[in-house]
Design a protein around this ligand. Structure first.
Ligand code: ADP
Ligand code: MG
Length: 897
């Protein structure tokens, strides 16, 4: 066995504590990594891999980063999903004989960031813990950079996935079994969280953290889940987290339930296409001016309320600010200077706040009286109640103001932070230092006169201390033996005198002491403020809420939203509703408003038919978004809206229409439908967009009809269904609660215009060929397509007539049975249209006179190739991008490229 040097033995012992983290092992001015860590880190960080003798025969792989730039390297590793353990020297090498003691002082993990550039201002950085048991799931989530902690007992795994998609934790800890399950079933996030198997609970640490009174609120399962989390935080942070003072227990049913797919599909916080905030509801509603407000707004959007009274409270505050431009603007101004109180407070308590943080805290606190006054004068009961009896922490502001200078440095170890007059001892030291400096200035003057050398100067460097410098050209004028020679430069000579060295000692000592005293005073102040964390957090909470209210009110006013009328009943009615985001990105204000009536009496189910691009999907999302906005407490994009409290929203989108990158297969779609049929209640809102696309027309239509019937008969919830199967319109006759609607289209002189207006009745055509014409397909193709369509519809009509109109018990295969011509270019003929079209097309080929010259035949072959591609085209299932690509391909084929 290899025998290592004592230092390497020490390294290995420390490393054994953190097998799953990079160990940054402090050696002097560097953090070094060894063995596998070194090899991997050199690759990930692109730093040079070297080696080191360590006692064994082979050199040990090693790489390192300077300690002063370590933060950058740590951040890069964390961003890549790794953990980094920081191991420091616990004693000064100069004062120790033998080995310096080294200990891990902190393990940085993606879910436990306190500061640094990886922490986004407007997004919480969560870590979650999960315990899975037979009869329930314990879930807890916390952001140590703000101190928040939420916990809930969840009924099942779907609820767990919902919660995970709400919080988007960067890291999830749990028992081996829970982690295994999550890895298999977890959210298909772009950036999956880091999983850590962790099953150590620490009841003692838990009690020390929160106290029994706070813990009494917890049931056994959630208590264990929080305990797991606290134990892990203890292990990684290795210090007390005094800012984590409150546990917020919730039930998922306190909020509107939405599954991850629905959230994404409605683009609540990010867009489907590129997962960007821009273009999401959050982006539209976010006019917050503080970081806390930004984070709170995100939480509100993720968790619309279901309790009508609580929504009313919020609406009341928004209403007051909506109607009072002056108060709203003043409030906005007063909050603009408020820094991130939550994270500042957390850093103060964590011990990582510097003097600039203190200053930021002071400035923030100085804005409080004005903000509080404005809330009181706003005329809003909710706002007044929010600030009623609020402690503005004026004393804390006072403490900082008296202690910290106006422009302190970043470092807390170099002095220059504390005001003159704050501390006598410091003032004395400062004076001594000042006097010394004054003495030096006088010395320079005096020596110039004495020697007659006008360029003589007194300077300082770290190695030699203070000196008198004389340029070479003047050396001849210097009386021999006047000064003691110290250092020779190219064009000057440096000297000292005993008197100078004496003063130097005094000055430097005072400086060193000053720095120490400043650091001690600063720490004292920081600890004193840390004890006020409860008060500061309360203040931060209020600021966040007020900021969100002003944001919602500002947006509502600017975008002409109206206050929704909340209803305890069932009916949902909207007059002149708009999709707020689509409307906002359409520059010319040409968005067409539409009404919605989903009522028990008039029919809570709308079946919407209409061509592609008519506006079906937009309309259905708009209804959902109006409900969500109302339940957040925001005004809604409508002339008038009566909004019942919706408990859940489901959106389901046909596999082929799924923009999320084709992950959703037909199977997943069906599983989603299963969940929906199981979970939807009468108070739910269901949106089914183009159901049943991933299979044959007949099957697709059959499933769509069966699902619609189930929702109608068994659930009775408000349901919006869009379909390209205009054949389903007959359902209106058999289902009392279902009403046919379509998107109006204007046809004149062969021109089709989408009016984006929802009207009663069913659409009769899909305008697919019209679309093809607009896209610029050759006239011959278009004419032929219309001809074929006519023939097909005749044929289908004949078949349909043969099929009984009572479809329920029938095998709903509407496709005429015709031989399928295998196609070269497309693997599977997706739609029933294709075989029929191909058949008659071959007939056409026979009629063509055979051309003599080769070129013509070649061109014909190309044309035929293009034609057959077009036959295979499934226009209904194409995105504009796919259509463009296809056209490009067709054109290339036609041109023989
Ligand atoms: P469909 O689902 O029927 O294919 P979409 O809802 O995707 O249609 O809408 C297609 C496009 O039409 C949208 O991208 C949007 O630009 C525009 N649009 C939709 N609804 C409206 C409306 N009410 N007013 C104006 N433009 C609209
Ligand atoms: Mg659509």
């Amino acid at each position: 066995m290899a025998k290592y040097t004592p230092m390497m033995e020490q390294y290995l012992a420390v490393k054994a504590q953190v097998p799953d983290a990079f160990l940054f092992f402090r050696l002097g001015d560097f953090y070094e990594m060894f063995f596998e860590d070194a090899i991997q880190a050199s690759r990930e960080l692109e730093i040079t891999l070297t080696g080191r003798e360590g006692g064994a025969e082979e050199r040990i792989p090693m790489c390192g980063v300077p300690y002063h730039s370590a933060d950058n390297y740590i951040a890069r590793l964390i961003e890549k999903g790794y953990k980094v353990a920081i191991c420091e020297q616990m004693e000064s090498p100069s004062e120790t004989k033998g080995m310096v003691r080294r200990e891990i002082v902190r393990i940085v993990t993606p879910g436990t960031l306190m500061d640094g550039k990886l922490l986004s201002e407007s997004v919480n950085n969560y870590i979650a813990s999960v315990i899975k048991e037979e009869n329930g799931i314990g879930f807890a989530v916390c952001d140590i950079s703000t101190g928040e902690l939420y916990t809930a007992a969840l009924p099942g795994t779907e609820a767990l996935l919902d919660e995970l998609s709400v919080y988007g934790p960067k890291e999830i800890i749990g028992t081996a079994e829970a982690v295994e399950w999550l890895k298999r079933n977890g959210a298909s996030a772009l950036r999956p969280p880091v999983y850590t198997v962790w099953d150590k609970e620490d009841p003692q640490a838990l009690e020390a953290q929160y106290g029994e009174e706070e813990l009494r609120k917890l049931a056994a399962l959630t208590r264990r889940t929080v305990s797991l989390l606290i134990a892990y935080l203890g292990e990684t942070q290795k210090r007390s987290l005094g800012h984590m003072t409150r546990i917020e227990i919730y039930r998922p049913s306190q909020y509107m339930v939405m599954d991850p797919f629905t959230r994404r599909n409605l683009e609540l916080t990010e867009t489907v296409r590129d997962r960007a905030k821009r273009g999401s509801l959050l982006w539209l509603l976010d006019e917050t001016v503080t970081s806390m407000g930004g984070r709170l707004l995100r939480r509100w959007i993720e968790k619309p309320l279901v309790n009508r009274d609580r929504v009313e409270e919020r609406l009341e505050a928004v209403d007051a600010l909506y109607n009072n431009l002056i108060v709203r603007e003043d409030l906005r101004q007063s909050l603009k200077d408020v820094y991130d109180l939550e994270r500042l407070t957390a850093r103060v308590s964590y011990g990582s706040a510097n003097a600039r943080d203190m200053l930021a805290l002071k400035i923030s606190l100085s804005r409080m009286p004005e903000a509080v006054r404005l809330c009181r004068e706003s005329g809003s009961r909710s706002l007044a109640a929010l600030v009623d009896g609020l402690d503005e922490c004026a004393d804390v502001q006072e403490w900082i103001a008296s202690a910290i200078v106006d422009e302190p440095p970043v470092s807390v170890r170099d002095g220059g932070m504390i005001r003159l007059g704050y501390n006598d001892r410091l003032d004395q030291l400062k004076e001594a230092n000042q006097n010394g400096k004054q003495w030096l200035a006088e010395l320079e003057q005096k020596e110039r006169e004495r020697t007659g050398i006008r360029s003589l100067k007194v300077g300082f460097n770290k190695v030699f201390g203070y000196y008198i410098e004389i340029t070479r050209s003047h050396l001849a004028n210097l009386p021999e033996g006047l000064y003691e020679r110290k250092q020779t430069l190219a064009n000057a000579e440096r000297f000292i005198t005993p008197e100078l060295k004496e003063k130097e000692a005094l000055i430097l000592e005072a400086e060193e002491k000053m720095v120490d005293v400043e650091y001690a005073l600063f720490n004292e102040l920081r600890e004193k403020i840390a004890l006020q964390v409860h008060r500061l957090q309360r203040l931060a909470e209020v600021v966040a809420a007020v900021d969100v209210y002003q944001s919602l009110a500002s947006v509502s006013a600017r975008r002409r939203f109206r206050k929704p009328e909340l209803s305890a009943g069932y009916d949902l009615t909207v007059a002149g509703g708009r999709h707020p985001v689509v409307e906002a990105v359409m520059q010319d204000g040409s968005f067409v408003a539409n009404d919605t009536a989903m009522t028990a009496e008039g029919g809570p189910m709308l079946l919407i038919t209409g061509p592609n691009m008519a506006g079906k999907s937009t309309y259905m999302r708009q209804v959902a978004i109006i409900c969500i906005m109302a339940q957040i407490g925001c005004f809604v994009p409508a002339e008038r809206a009566v909004i019942p409290m919706t408990d859940r929203i489901f959106t389901r989108i046909g596999a082929a229409d799924d923009l999320i990158g084709g992950q959703s297969t037909f199977m997943v779609e069906m599983m989603d439908i299963q969940v929906m049929t199981e979970k939807a209640t009468r108070q739910s809102l269901v949106i089914i967009d183009e159901l049943g696309r991933g299979t044959s027309t007949g099957e697709g239509m059959a499933i769509a009809q069966a699902v619609i019937e189930f929702m109608h008969d068994r659930v009775g919830c408000k349901t919006l269904v869009s379909t390209h199967f205009h054949e389903l319109a007959h359902l209106e006759e058999s289902l009392a609660g279902l009403k046919n609607y379509c998107m109006a289209v204007k046809e004149s002189d062969g021109q089709v215009t989408f009016l984006r207006k929802l009207i009663p009745g069913a659409a009769s055509t899909s305008y697919g060929i019209y679309c093809a014409r607009i896209a610029g397909l050759p006239g011959g193709i278009i004419d032929r397509a219309y001809q074929l369509l006519g023939a097909f519809e005749e044929r289908a009509g004949a078949v349909e007539a043969a099929v009984s109109l009572e479809r329920e018990s029938e095998e709903p295969e509407l496709v005429p049975a015709v031989p399928v011509v295998p196609s070269a270019s497309v693997a599977a003929a997706p739609e029933a249209l294709a075989p029929a079209v191909q058949l008659s097309l071959f007939g056409l080929e026979e009629d063509k006179p055979s051309a003599a010259d080769k070129a013509k035949r070649k061109q014909d072959a190309r044309t035929e190739g293009v034609m057959s591609s077009i036959r295979e085209m499934d226009l209904m299932n194409m995105t504009p991008m796919m259509a463009m690509n296809l056209l490009y391909e067709l054109k290339r084929k036609l041109d023989g490229k």
